[in-house]
Design a protein around this ligand. Structure first.
Ligand code: SF4
Ligand code: SF4
Length: 163
């Protein structure tokens, strides 16, 4: 995993043009069974991916925090929501609450998440490769292929299968 993670930004860069073209085609004419196929590819990939050996998403990029996330996590940490946002979050250029710094404060040295059961929705759903209408998030996925080895592999599999 470590070696793949080291090579991933360059691998994704090398495939960027090809992936962009492929996603443009997918957006134009998404197959009727896309939701079903994405579920299958996502689950197959995560069967063989050990996120605990990676944690690259938690190390290099953070989730956005919804108000519901903030309230839930603050309560768990016995903090007021405002105190939680002041301590850990900032508002980004899209006006979303994000982490003040990465790696995420809640990531342990063993790659375990200290708030796993109540982690933000965006963390639970990352890298979003099993979401409905996947063709609507191709720009985000392009970015994620350079961060998440599983997202990279899923996109490669999509092209191989000519989905
Ligand atoms: S909250 Fe947990 S899952 Fe989300 S980025 Fe932080 S360590 Fe990772
Ligand atoms: S979701 Fe992707 S980037 Fe995050 S830990 Fe799992 S394989 Fe790594």
């Amino acid at each position: 995993m470590d070696d793949f993670l080291k090579r991933l930004p360059q691998l994704a860069k090398d495939k960027h043009k090809e992936n962009k073209k492929y996603f443009a085609g997918l957006k134009k004419k998404p197959p009727k069974n896309l939701d079903y196929v994405m579920q299958e590819l996502h689950h197959a990939e995560f069967e063989r991916t050990d996120c605990l050996k990676c944690a690259n998403c938690c190390k290099t990029t953070g989730p956005l925090f919804t108000n519901a996330d903030i309230e839930r996590i603050a309560k768990y940490l016995k903090m007021k929501p405002q105190q939680f946002t002041d301590t850990y979050l900032r508002i980004d250029e899209d006006n979303d609450y994000v982490l003040q710094s990465v790696p995420c404060t809640f990531l342990g040295p063993d790659n375990y998440c200290a708030i796993y059961d109540i982690r933000p929705k965006a963390c639970r759903e990352y890298p979003h490769t099993d979401r409905k209408k996947f063709h609507q998030i191709t720009n985000l996925t392009l970015k994620n292929t350079s961060i998440c080895p599983a997202a990279y592999n899923i996109v490669e599999e999509m092209k191989k299968r000519r989905i």
